[in-house]
Design a protein around this ligand. Structure first.
Ligand code: ATP
Ligand code: MG
Length: 562
């Protein structure tokens, strides 16, 4: 066990259980697993589970397995397996040589089932599925025992072998455990262990036509791998008696299952079924659409692994389901990028400014600070010339009372450069602004000894002839209500935010960004954090994704609502 106190996280109920298990000698070390079903991409809730499982094991000097729970041949796919491996790695975790698949255990599980049949603890039920359902009953009333429950061991063995051999069609028979049809816990009413399904499996091909149910495979898989602490979400709490029953009947290694509350995030849906719908019905561009709450979506949007880990670790573990504020995740990435991202100037809605008293053809190389939070990131040169672009939002022809940026007759400072004054607005025949004629005050150069003149506003800009064209994709929350899943009467699709994506194609960014690489992250001064899109950006067509704004604009909106 590790004695490294520096890496200790605050205690919680899971750690208390582990501490007690190590103290009493129930287990000698800690061995956890992360068991995704490869039927979708990983989402931020999975990130919580990954950080928890790998984090706990590390803290106790133990190890963690990555195990694919691939017992359902029709919904699972190698695309998902690959994406899950990539995402776990990207988050910063290493399963080393412990990559497993529940399908690796199909033979062992079959042998275990035979063992239960021989003990008189399992039988082949040939009832119609509707009858099985009917006989299971409801929690408030006992169920009814199947007429096949009393089949002899020999007949069960023979039938089960024939099920495996492919002698029957889908749904003709199932293997069930013999437990208790009167139990108030429905999971114990002779649960189905195997069903017949003539389907290709992504790993075992056509070898099997009977497939284990999740409840039969999961606990035994944990046991086979020697897992000590099997951490799962609350909905499995009343499956625990069943898992314990199987393990005790089989007399095999007994992991301890610990349940915690699943993470939900406000303004988000997390069920894989719903995320799949968003993808299949083209509400988003794919699993890695930067608006998706998937790990691959966050990666593409510009989130760092560290920001997601900090978010997950900072949230603790609970015994009651609750909704985590999405603002916490957004703050986590802001905090991280504030320290690490280089500042640059980018004009998203350009209007042209001509400095009528600035020498034609003159270019000055101004000093710009790369990151005021980190001096070691140094400085860069920013070209300044007679023609510039500023953002249309930083100009008002008839200024609002509190507007301190550019307007006719008013002065504003250009970041790292001079104070300029707007002298005239040039419009086309339709009244659209073509350009602003301004003058600059040579005495006011930033950093020079006599630049004492004060103005209320500072705006960003880029030099027109040096600027690089770019496309900028601004993302907002995918849903416009805090709990899109909350109302059973209303389909979650109804709550999609129609303005979750805004594409600006005529942006102008400073020349430094010309060579920005896919995945590189920047702060666009005064705007937010942006990342070069890893799929659609190319040398001739720079595409940036907005990771997050500089401030939480939703906090203000929510406050106004109150
Ligand atoms: P879904 O219901 O969306 O399909 P799932 O729980 O079936 O999700 P799995 O692939 O089985 O998805 O999940 C792998 C692991 O991640 C499980 O141990 C599960 O408990 C955990 N997990 C899944 N979603 C969350 C969540 N929202 N918060 C915490 N842990 C989660
Ligand atoms: Mg699951």
């Amino acid at each position: 066990m590790s004695n490294d106190n520096e890496n200790k996280t605050p205690s919680n109920f899971i750690k208390e259980i582990i501490d007690a298990d190590l103290r009493t000698g129930k287990y000698k070390s800690v061995h956890t697993r992360f068991p995704p079903e490869p039927n979708g991409y990983l989402h931020i809730g999975h990130a919580k589970s990954i950080c928890l499982n790998f984090g706990l094991a590390k803290e106790y000097g133990g190890v963690t397995n990555l195990r694919f729970d691939d017992t359902n041949p029709t919904k699972e796919d190698v695309e998902y397996v690959d994406s899950i491996k990539e995402d776990v790695k990207w988050l910063g975790f290493d399963w080393e040589d412990r990559l497993f698949f529940a399908s690796d255990y199909f033979d062992t599980l079959y042998d275990y089932a035979v063992k239960l049949i021989k003990k008189g603890k399992a039988y082949v039920d040939s009832s119609n599925p509707d009858v099985i359902k009917e006989e299971r009953g409801v929690p408030s009333q006992p169920g009814v025992e199947s007429q096949y429950r009393t089949r002899s061991v020999e007949e069960n063995l023979d039938m089960f072998a024939k099920m495996k051999a492919g002698n029957f069609g889908d749904g003709e028979h199932v293997l069930r455990a013999i437990i208790d049809m009167t139990s108030p816990n429905m999971n114990l009413r002779d649960p189905i262990m195997y069903r017949i399904r003539h389907a290709e499996h992504h790993r075992t091909g056509s070898k099997w036509c009977i497939y284990p149910m999740y409840d039969w495979a999961h606990g035994q898989s944990d046991s086979i791998e020697g897992i000590t602490h099997s951490i799962c979400t609350l909905e499995f709490e009343n499956h625990r008696p069943l898992y314990n029953w199987f393990i005790e009947q089989l007399e095999i290694h007994h992991p301890r299952q610990i349940e915690f509350a699943r993470w939900n995030l406000s303004y988000t849906v997390m069920s894989k079924r719903k995320l799949l719908k968003l993808v299949e019905d083209n509400y988003v561009s794919g699993w890695d659409d930067p608006r998706m709450p998937t790990i691959s979506g966050y990666r593409r949007r510009g989130y760092t692994p560290e920001s997601i880990r900090n978010f997950a670790d900072g949230g603790g573990v609970a015994k009651r389901n609750n909704i985590i504020e999405i603002g916490r995740l957004e703050n986590s990435i802001r905090e991280d990028l504030n320290k690490s991202a280089m500042r640059v100037l980018a004009v998203l809605n350009p209007i042209k400014v001509e400095l009528t008293n600035y020498p034609e053809n003159q270019v000055e190389e101004l000093d710009a600070i790369n990151n005021p939070e980190d001096e070691t990131m140094g400085k860069r040169k920013l070209p300044f010339s007679r023609e510039l672009f500023v953002d249309a939002h930083d100009f008002q022809e008839v200024p609002h009372r509190k507007f301190h940026r550019l307007s006719p007759g008013k002065e504003v400072r250009l970041r790292y450069a001079y104070i300029i004054k707007c002298e005239e607005v040039i419009k086309d025949s339709e009244g659209n602004i073509e350009k602003l004629l301004c003058t600059y005050d040579v005495e006011t150069k930033s950093g020079s000894a006599n630049s004492n003149k004060k103005v209320k506003g500072t705006i960003h800009w880029v030099s027109a002839k040096h600027a690089v064209n770019a496309e900028v994709r601004s993302y907002d929350r995918l849903f416009n209500v805090p709990n899109p899943d909350g109302d059973k009467e209303v389909d979650f699709i109804e709550h999609l935010n129609p303005n979750s994506l805004e594409i600006l194609k005529t942006c102008k960014v400073e020349p430094y960004l010309k060579n920005a690489k896919p995945g590189e992250r920047f702060q666009f001064e005064r705007l937010g954090y942006y990342c070069v899109d890893s799929k659609d950006s190319s040398e001739n067509n720079l595409v940036f994704n907005r990771t997050v704004t500089l401030r939480d604009s939703w906090a203000k909106i929510e406050k106004q609502k109150r």
